[in-house]
Write a protein that binds this ligand. Sequence first.
Ligand SMILES: [Fe+2]
Length: 207
Amino acid sequence: MKNKSLIYVFVAIFIVGGVYFILGRQTSIAPTHQTQESASVTSAPAQPDSTDCTENPTPSQTEGPYYKSGSPLRNNIAEGISGEILIITGYIYDKNCNPISNAWLDFWQADSNGVYDNARYRLRGHQFADEKGMYRLETIVPAQYGSRPAHIHVKVMPPNGPILTSQIYFPNDPKNQTDSIFNQELIMTVEASENVMQAEFNFVLNQ
Ligand SMILES: [Fe+2]
């Protein structure tokens, strides 16, 4: 009888100990996991700092040879692709500087070796601006290629409006000065921090 009681006590201790062990592991793992996830999500401000609107419509530029229609719907076009992380945020305005809700944006770009994926949709994706006209793109910094400075291609289409096709550029790229397509009005505002380059660009549509 005594032996039986002792067995019950040992079993109880074993179960309680096991539960503590599992709970302890979960609480020690969970915060680390959350920190890693939130690091990628909160590494850029939730909203762009600048709500600047110039009332000058954003200039259009050539589409170039590498556009592919049918890109996936996603804000992050660089998942699993190595390179310097770049977060671009901004607003879509009409020519009176009223924000345009739910505009469609389609981005495509070269990778960190200056190469486009023309077979699949690597570094390509579309998204919709929110009801305040804000968009947010997560990607990597593209490299220059040929005579071209680093740039990101974009198409922006408001609901019931025509498509603006353009390209956006980085300040201080030496090839900006020699490129035949480059336009000063298409330079992003860029702020480089330790791990992430944060950029802003507001589009003004001619409507
Ligand atoms: Fe290009």
